[in-house]
Design a protein around this ligand. Structure first.
Ligand SMILES: [Zn+2]
Length: 496
């Protein structure tokens, strides 16, 4: 029912004046979330709480049809807002009403709702789309990986643009339901738990659920012919692993590594505290890539990781990220050390417990392996720059910094920090500075000098710092720890 308002003329005039003024408060959301390395990644003006993705994929043609429903809350008065996406959009609805849309920049989808959106309100966005992901690029690259029997979306820092519209930055984490229809005989793997699976008219639908906050780049999709294994860890976490049926000679080594997932995740809980998610596992598709990635609850492993035989160390690395990177995500991509330094250090701890070299021996070896004029020391793990984000120093010098911290504050405080940090920032985001603050609080020691020396100076830490880190002082280069080759085999982490 529409009720006509009758108002005195003076008041009517002021209302008329008020309308343009308040409409002017509704502004477009920023096309980026504010990341210093990747200014166009993510978007401003809203926060997504849930993605519902209903997908249909055809492996032979690489055609993907999808409907994405996003539940979000506005964080400002919005006249329009952006999503990050590359496929072809046919319709957008905001709160049920058709919205207009346009593309801009490298990967922006600009959505203008029929009515502006007030700050602090719940918004439902439905995007219908289709396309052939392998034909789409942004900045000249694609991270959509075609395989002989399907495709894989698993990359960092960008992989969502090729398969679902999103606010593509770790600052905006959300829960997910991912439903994928594929031809019978083909499997669709994603994160979390497989809620159901059903076949009809020659197609099978897999319904996956992630019920804890998950970053966009940690959300994965793999379609292909997989052998799926299931189990439960000693601590009761359901395990789902998947192996391409096309791994050839790498099949045995892949399984001999990834089947150790349950054992490793329980072992890591001893250092990092309770496992933060409701499922775990890993998958090995038949991609030609070389790296592994900590996709949430279900890491991605390139089969090449197992070309030289089994490698549990890489499983340790990706599972360590479930706490350091996934549960506690970085605030900005410059904070990558809080992911990679700790995942690498977890490999050192594994080496130590396997009797293949102590963390100190590994630290000594890294320190001695790189002379002062090695460009290795010019990259600052605490702020490496976008172009060096996944370079070796972020990992090796990053782990060396952690050993220096441990030696400085002692084992009791160090292991309390290792375990306390994930719970202190559970399901949230944190920066390198936040970690320093937390370490100072727990240890009761000022640590600015130590963090600056090991993470922020573009030079090899000299004698004083060397003593602080208890680096071996003998002139001879220490022997290569037995675990070294397996640890370095995980270094092919990122490529476009
Ligand atoms: Zn990593």
């Amino acid at each position: 029912m529409h009720r006509r308002l009758i108002v005195p003329s003076v008041l009517a005039a002021s209302l008329l004046l008020a309308i343009p003024a308040s409409a002017a408060d509704f502004k477009p959301g920023a096309p980026g979330i504010g990341d210093s390395y990747y200014p166009a990644y993510g978007n401003g003006g809203y926060d997504v709480s849930h993605y519902d993705l209903r997908l249909r994929y055809q492996p032979d043609t690489d055609r993907l049809d999808g409907t994405a429903t996003l539940l979000a809350k506005t964080t400002q008065d919005l006249s329009r807002f952006n999503l990050d996406f590359l496929l072809d959009v046919s319709e957008v609805r905001v709160n049920g009403a058709k919205a207009s849309f346009a593309t801009s920049g490298q990967h922006e989808l600009e959505i203008t709702p029929a009515k502006p959106l007030a700050k602090g309100t719940s918004v439902t966005v439905v995007v219908r789309y289709s396309g052939v992901p392998s034909t789409k690029t942004a900045y000249g690259f694609s991270t959509w990986h075609r395989t002989p029997d399907g495709a894989v979306a698993a990359d960092e820092p960008e992989s969502a643009w090729w398969w679902y519209p999103s606010n593509d930055h770790p600052l905006d984490k959300a829960t997910y339901d991912v439903s994928v229809s594929v031809p019978d005989g083909t499997q669709a793997i994603s994160n979390g738990t497989l809620q159901s699976q059903s076949s009809k008219l020659g197609r099978t639908t897999f319904n996956w659920r992630s019920n804890k906050p998950q970053a966009t780049y940690l959300t994965t999709l793999a379609v292909g012919k997989f052998d799926i294994t299931t189990g439960t860890t000693d601590s009761g976490i359901p395990v789902v692993n998947a192996y391409s049926k096309d791994l050839g000679d790498n099949d045995g080594a892949a399984r001999a590594s990834v089947e150790r997932t349950g054992e490793v995740v329980d072992w890591l809980s001893g250092y990092f505290g309770p496992y933060p998610f409701s499922a775990v596992g890993g998958y090995v598709p038949n991609t030609t890539t070389g790296y592994a990635l900590e996709t949430q609850t279900r890491p991605f492993y390139s089969q090449k990781q197992f070309a030289s035989g089994s490698n549990v160390s890489v499983v340790v690395h990706e599972l360590a990220h479930q706490w350091y990177g996934d549960d506690v995500s970085l605030k900005g991509w410059k904070d990558i050390w809080i992911n990679e330094g700790f995942a690498r250090y977890a490999q050192w701890l594994w080496s130590d417990s396997e009797g293949e070299g102590t963390t100190q021996e590994l630290a000594d070896y890294v320190y001695a392996s790189h002379p002062a004029d090695d460009p290795f020391w010019t990259i600052k793990p605490g702020d490496p720059g976008a172009e060096n984000q996944f370079e070796l120093p972020v990992y090796d010098r990053g782990a060396l910094a952690i050993q220096a911290l441990r030696n400085d504050i002692g084992d009791d405080a160090f292991f309390a920090i290792l375990k306390g940090w994930p719970q202190d920032h559970a399901y949230g985001n944190a920066s390198v500075a936040d970690f320093q603050k937390y370490a100072e609080k727990v240890s009761g020691k000022p640590l600015a000098g130590l963090f600056d020396t090991w993470l922020f100076q573009p030079v090899k830490p000299a004698t004083a710092a060397k003593a602080q880190a208890r680096i071996a002082t003998s002139a001879a280069t220490p022997a290569q720890p037995k675990s070294w080759k397996q640890i370095t085999a995980t270094n092919t982490v990122h490529e476009h």
